[in-house]
Write a protein that binds this ligand. Structure first.
Ligand SMILES: *Cc1c(COP(=O)(O)O)cnc(C)c1O
Length: 221
């Protein structure tokens, strides 16, 4: 299937209200344009430098999402234009995004990346630490950032019951955080990739990040 066929297959398969983020990291701008011409406007990238280069080159009505691990010293490159940062995994990063947003007279939407996998290769908040941080109430003073929800990456495994457990757990934590701290504007659960998005949607995801299913096998450079 071509890129446009993959996108329309996904669009018809995903329930209403589930946003598709086309993960274009490592793929050339020409592939993004094929998806763009098929109507896709939301793209995800994981490296600030690649994200910035593609932003400069491609149409300005694209919504760019930062989905990969973000170092604090790289925030300044993406702060002027990024639509959503999925990978906020520390208080320090939250504070730097806030400062860069204010410099750009923007409010940047972010998700809290939660560590849900049983692998030590993944990033994210430890839940206990996150709740302790939120109980201090300091997040309420951060005016340049809007915390919109959570993101999680499940363990890379064939054991789909484990994957489902991790997704259900993230959904429960999301509900708890929404109830205890954030309220109605906390409305995004970013979970699910090419290999597991169907399970993620079953477990309550409303934003899936799909790359290789759309664009083909990735060649890491
Ligand atoms: C690369 C990546 C994806 C997309 O992965 P695919 O398996 O290609 O769909 C989703 N989320 C994150 C955080 C990624 O880094």
């Amino acid at each position: 299937m071509s890129i446009p066929d993959k996108i329309s297959a996904l669009k018809s398969q995903l329930p209403a209200g589930v946003e598709l983020v086309a993960v274009s990291k490592t793929y050339p701008a020409s592939d993004i344009m094929v998806a763009y011409n098929a109507g896709q406007r939301v793209f995800g990238e994981s490296r600030p430098q690649e994200l910035t280069a593609k932003y400069n080159e491609l149409p300005k009505d694209i919504e760019w999402h930062m989905i990969g691990h973000l170092q604090t010293n790289k925030v300044k490159y993406i702060a002027p234009f990024v639509s959503l940062i999925h990978s906020v995994d520390s208080e320090k990063l939250l504070n730097v995004i806030n400062a860069e947003a204010l410099k750009n007279s923007r409010v940047i939407d972010v998700l809290l990346e939660i560590y849900i996998a049983r692998e030590d290769t993944k990033h994210g908040w430890d839940e206990t630490e996150l709740v302790e941080y939120l109980k201090q109430g300091k997040y309420k003073e951060i005016k340049g950032v809007r915390i919109r929800g959570v993101m999680g990456i499940a363990t890379y495994t064939d054991n789909m019951s484990q994957v489902k457990n991790e997704f259900m757990h993230l959904k429960e934590l999301y509900e708890q955080l929404r109830h205890d701290f954030f309220g109605n504007n906390f409305d995004i659960i970013s979970m699910g990739m090419s290999g597991d998005y169907e399970f993620a949607v079953e477990c309550g995801s409303n934003m899936v990040r799909i790359g290789s299913y759309i664009f083909g096998q990735r060649q890491y450079r």
